[in-house]
Design a protein around this ligand. Structure first.
Ligand code: NAD
Length: 402
């Protein structure tokens, strides 16, 4: 069989620990035998980030802006323990944070549904996609630990020097304060990314904040969404028969639980962080969750929603067998390859991505899975495979589908 040719390189961001091991297995078993894989490779493994003073992360994000599509492996966000483990020069920032700041995007996360893995919420028969605003708020905060009595104020100095002040609190003892921000530009991009994604995937869009309490901050999000909807998307939504619906976050939570799924739930940065983990867990687990960062300029970065699976990596290093679920990482590749295929008009590439996803689902539905999946599956006699054999089983299914 002739290999599928690509015209534009994918930006490939390699990562850390167990997911780095899976990354190579996926390429060797599921991609290189079928595709003349064209990538521009960036090693975001922690050692190389440290060697390059994290320049490689910035370079990979800029390459993504240039080519339009990236696929990213999970990476370590350093903490104190990692400083010693990897003998780091500095506690480098989260690569995802750095990349998101450069691409200014919105992250869409959706569960991968398979028969035999029943959501904890029984009425969720369709996937719920969480759209997480990926800029600002508490992720770009400034904090002070207040040592004792004193006055905390919010001060804005305009370009012309005029000051606006608001009292935060008169402290009579120790406490804490935090300043957060967002920009209209980023909120507008967030809104457009959500409306466009809803149109692309023909799903309803829900948006929720706490605007009754946060009368300026959250209310601005609500107003910007409404304005952009009315001016730019209302007609398109009506034509497709989909709806835009705003409600308070507490009301949204209640409605989401009672829903059957099948819509996009747009959340502010922190809400999206928390709710995507809740939704993922309720649908099965984090390793059955796709994740894509979509920038306002139409740039896509695909990744798995989970981390580097550190515990399995240490077992792997000791020569012990691991049974790590590679599905989300495979879906990062299929998402990126399909998008590349769409942009470059290579239907074979899109078809291959579809087939590989079908192979993943069929393999699990046929009862072949990893240990973590067997724990949440209703399959009576699952065949539990190790990391490599699971990927090989998917390859066998893929061959039967191609
Ligand atoms: P993790 O997602 O790696 O693991 C959390 C739990 O889920 C563990 O019990 C793990 O065994 C299980 N798990 C996750 N993915 C699995 C899979 N594919 N198969 C089987 N089990 C799986 O998160 P963590 O342990 O909190 O973090 C480990 C490292 O990953 C940290 O250094 C963190 O900084 C990094 N991290 C990276 C990303 C990213 O790059 N997107 C996201 C989260 C965490």
């Amino acid at each position: 069989m002739e290999k599928i040719k690509m015209t534009t390189p994918l930006v490939e961001m390699d990562g850390d620990e167990m997911t780095r091991i899976l990354w190579q297995m996926i390429k060797d078993e599921l991609l290189l035998p079928y595709i003349d894989l064209k990538t521009e490779y960036y090693d975001l493994g922690l050692e190389h980030r440290n060697e390059t003073d994290d320049q490689v992360t910035v370079d990979s994000a800029n390459a993504t802006l240039k080519y339009g599509v990236a696929v990213k492996c999970a990476t370590i966000t350093p903490n104190a323990a990692r400083m010693t483990e990897y003998n780091l020069k500095e506690m480098w920032k989260s690569p995802n944070g750095t990349i998101r700041a450069i691409l200014d995007g919105t992250v869409f996360r959706a569960p991968i549904l398979v028969k035999g893995i029943v959501p904890y919420v029984k009425n969720w028969t369709k996937p719920i996609t969480i759209a997480r605003h990926a800029y600002g708020d508490v992720y770009k905060n400034t904090e002070i630990k207040v040592p004792g009595p004193g006055k905390a104020e919010l001060v804005f100095t305009a370009a012309d020097g005029t000051e606006t002040r608001e009292l935060i609190h008169n402290f009579d003892g120790a406490g804490i304060i935090q300043g957060i921000h967002n920009t209209n530009k980023s909120i507008e991009s967030f809104a457009r990314a959500c409306f466009s994604y809803a149109v692309d995937t023909k799903q309803d869009l829900w948006f929720s904040t706490k605007d009754t309490i946060s009368k300026k901050y959250d209310h601005t999000f609500k107003d910007i969404f409404q304005e952009i909807y009315d001016n730019e998307y209302k007609a398109k939504f009506e034509e497709l028969g989909i709806t835009y619906f705003y409600t308070l976050i507490d009301d949204a939570v209640a409605r989401v639980i009672r829903s059957e799924g099948g819509f996009i739930w747009a959340c502010k940065n922190y809400d999206g962080d928390v709710m995507s983990d809740m939704v993922a867990t309720a649908y099965g687990d984090l390793s059955m969750m796709t994740s894509v960062l979509v920038s306002p300029s139409g740039v896509y970065e695909y990744e798995a929603a989970h981390g580097t699976v550190q515990r399995h990596y240490y077992k792997h290093l000791k020569g012990e067998e691991t049974s790590t679920n590679s599905i989300a990482t495979i879906y990062a590749w299929t998402g990126a390859l399909r998008k590349r295929g769409e942009l470059d008009q290579i239907p074979e590439l899109c078809n291959f991505a579809d087939k590989l996803e079908q192979a993943c689902i069929k393999t699990i539905e046929d009862g072949k899975m990893t240990k973590s999946l067997s724990l949440i599956s209703t399959c009576e006699h699952p065949v539990i495979l190790n990391s490599l054999d699971f990927i090989k089983a998917i390859r066998e299914t893929l061959d039967s589908l191609l």
